[in-house]
Design a protein around this ligand. Sequence first.
Ligand SMILES: Nc1ncnc2c1ncn2[C@@H]1O[C@H](COP(=O)(O)OP(=O)(O)OP(=O)(O)O)[C@@H](O)[C@H]1O
Length: 544
Amino acid sequence: MKLLYPVIATYRHFSSKISTKSPKGIGRKNKDGVDDPKTPKRTRIKLTEEQTQVLDAISSGKSVFITGSAGTGKTFLLQHIIRKLKKLHQRSRVFVTASTGLAACAIKGRTLHSFAGIGLGMDDRQTLLHKVISNRRAYRRWTRASALVIDEVSMLDAKIFDTLKFIAREVRGGEGRDFENKGWSGIQLVVSGDFFQLPPIVSRESGKEFAFEADCWDSSFDVQVELTRVFRQSEANLVKLLQNVRRGKVDCEDMDLLKKCCTKAEPDSSAVQLYPRNQDVNRVNKKKMEDLKKLTYIYHAHDRGEDPWLRQLNQGIAPDELPLCEGARVMLCKNLSTSSKLVNGAIGTVTEFWYDNVVVSDLWKSEDRPVVPMVKFDSGLEVVIYPETWDIVEGDKVVATRKQLPLILAWALSIHKCQGMTLDSLHANLSRAFGFGMVYVALSRVRTLDGLHLSGFKPSKIKAHPKVLEFYHKFSQKQDKRGEDDGVSEDRGGSAEVIHGSNKTTGKDNDIDSSLVFRCKPNSSLVSWCNSTTKSREGGVTTC
Ligand SMILES: Nc1ncnc2c1ncn2[C@@H]1O[C@H](COP(=O)(O)OP(=O)(O)OP(=O)(O)O)[C@@H](O)[C@H]1O
């Protein structure tokens, strides 16, 4: 297949066509009522009893903190919660955020800092308050908010958490200005995360690091919940190993397992290589691309909007520039279809590039056609990947937009980038691991022991922060106090109620929303895209 270069004008033409893509194909039946084999059926996943209890608490307007080890379904549950909140409150009054752009992407939200209008949040609280008040849009968000969701709270520091509550109370008023008062002046708060995972990056001046050390932490929640059932892994010895690594203490049995992971045969090329540092990640990806010696297309993101929002687009996951060629290992960085496992983190290989015949017939007589990559995912699905849109929204208005293929190169990933992901096979090089929780985050991405390969591993790299250990120790003491209580009970001794649910599933079915259509076997009417690509061979880059 001969590939030629598209031009920017063609992109403009396509943008409307792309937006016509709808989710109708998912689970579709033909006119005889028979399931269309090309489109997968919706799958139904039942919430566990503990997950249902959380949802019930949310329905009754409570502010909730959800924690639990990796793979217990915190993010999965948040997606249900967000839908529930949007039914309870007006949609535009529910703000979905996360501590990082990457985590925000997984729940179709924005960063907490951008919601709050506090820039990097480095100033003192009065300056930040002034910043919010003088920013009409940020001020409006704070006054409109009925519910605020914050995911990956482990990476949020105590000072920011206190500052946000301060801003909420100053902007919205409330019953007195006593900082210790319960609540965020009428905002229903839903916060999720596992403090044993990656910690915040903070200066140690204040002596407080983690959000749970914030003065207002306990008074911010009616309910604090620990999810206990691990879904990501099912092998008992792996679950036990991960629980021990999480707490920074491994026994002989665990060490034997880890040693086996260090010595078994090299993983196949489908294993994702995890590194603690970006330098190594970039080096490996670049080298792998070069080794393929294939015609390379470089996809440039198409951005619209103004600063400062334009700049914020670069903090998100969609790359500004994405080089692709046949054979490139790639990872989806957006959820396309949950039921088909085309989710953020799904890994595959570019098999070829496709033209758009329909558009071409309308627009071009020549061969100047945009191309889109076909990706064969490791699940077996082969899908043409189209550009996606990432929006920054202020109130109800979109203020900046990035259009780019929802892919990143994925021979190697940083451990920071993989927090939140599920991987089938990984090779973690932990020789340069640093800080608390890093080894736990790396190991807990994998589903099975078979898929876990390690190198450069030293037991001393397994570290859990003493403050985090203490926080969870107190947490479990509260749970123990509840004793035999069945499910939710009140614990109003100055702190929030604690739920420790059982692992049974409920009878209720809960739909997993499939939000985008894709084609398993692309036909001749591919929607095509490219705003401006460049091509290169063996390192030489040609710009169109
Ligand atoms: N009730 C459930 N039944 C079946 N599978 C579930 C259930 N809840 C969650 N899962 C599955 O468990 C896996 C892990 O979920 P999720 O990524 O939400 O965990 P997490 O707690 O956010 O993990 P991490 O802390 O690593 O980000 C996902 O594949 C999800 O679909």
